[in-house]
Design a protein around this ligand. Structure first.
Ligand SMILES: O=C(O)c1ccccc1N[C@@H]1O[C@H](COP(=O)(O)O)[C@@H](O)[C@H]1O
Length: 223
């Protein structure tokens, strides 16, 4: 059963997702700092990739009330089944080119809330959000990766937040892409985001989380 409510987060502090956790120390630091979502990456090209057994061990350490999110990229049903069977999860984050129909299929088949990432670089990218709102439980509004990028996310790249300033969507949403302890306050102020997601911005090197930067990010997001 999911341990967190999925809503707009209108009341209370801004909710933070720390993504790409790889060690028990990472999990402990994110939980102690007050993260509401923890992301585990299942994408072998990523420096944050986890084997399923390792993710299971980490997920078992997460207290109730903190959502455990599996990030996948164009995963097959077999891949998803292997992850969902072994790892206690609260949500799937789909970060590839999954179509709205595929998102709906995954949501039905695996019985978990789904957050679909939508890449934004210009105003013409925004209508895609509405397409996915119809089938996903949450939308992750992320920076579109540069052409030819190895990773479809986790590149530490921000988009022009003015593109979504004051925008409202029907479904809960989260802001991502190049957020850091230094810029997250401005990003929240400009966009009105009530949920934010970070990976590279709380690392000392790719895949190496930094407990001090995790604390600083939470403090800045919730200031
Ligand atoms: O973090 C990764 O390695 C990753 C790999 C493949 C797809 C998405 C990935 N990360 C997600 O990307 C956004 C933004 O990350 P960043 O803060 O700009 O580094 C975030 O949602 C991560 O969950």
């Amino acid at each position: 059963m999911p341990t967190v409510a999925i809503d707009r987060g209108a009341s209370g502090p801004v909710r933070v997702k720390i993504c790409g956790l790889r060690t028990p120390e990472d999990v402990a630091a994110a939980v102690a700092a007050g993260a509401r979502y923890l992301g585990f990456v299942f994408f072998p090209k990523s420096p944050r990739h986890l084997e399923i057994a390792a993710a299971r061990e980490l997920a078992l350490e997460v207290p109730p009330g903190v959502a455990k999110v599996a990030l996948t990229v164009n995963a097959t049903d077999a891949d998803l089944a292997a992850i969902c069977d072994a790892v206690p999860l609260d949500m799937l984050q789909l970060h590839g080119t999954e179509t709205p129909a595929r998102v709906a299929e995954i949501r039905d088949r695996f019985g978990l809330p789904v957050m679909k990432a939508v890449g934004v670089a210009e105003a013409a990218d925004l209508p895609k959000i509405a397409e996915y709102e119809a089938v996903a439980d949450q939308i992750l509004v992320d920076a579109k990766p540069p052409k030819g990028a190895e990773l479809p996310g986790g590149n530490g790249l921000a988009f022009d937040w003015r593109l979504i300033a004051g925008r409202e969507w029907d479904k809960p949403w989260m802001l991502a892409g190049g957020l850091t302890p230094e810029n997250v306050g401005a990003a929240i102020e400009l966009t009105g985001a009530r949920q934010v997601d970070v990976s590279s911005g709380v690392e000392s090197a790719p895949g190496q989380k930094d407990a001090g930067r995790i604390r600083a990010f939470l403090a800045a997001a919730q200031a």
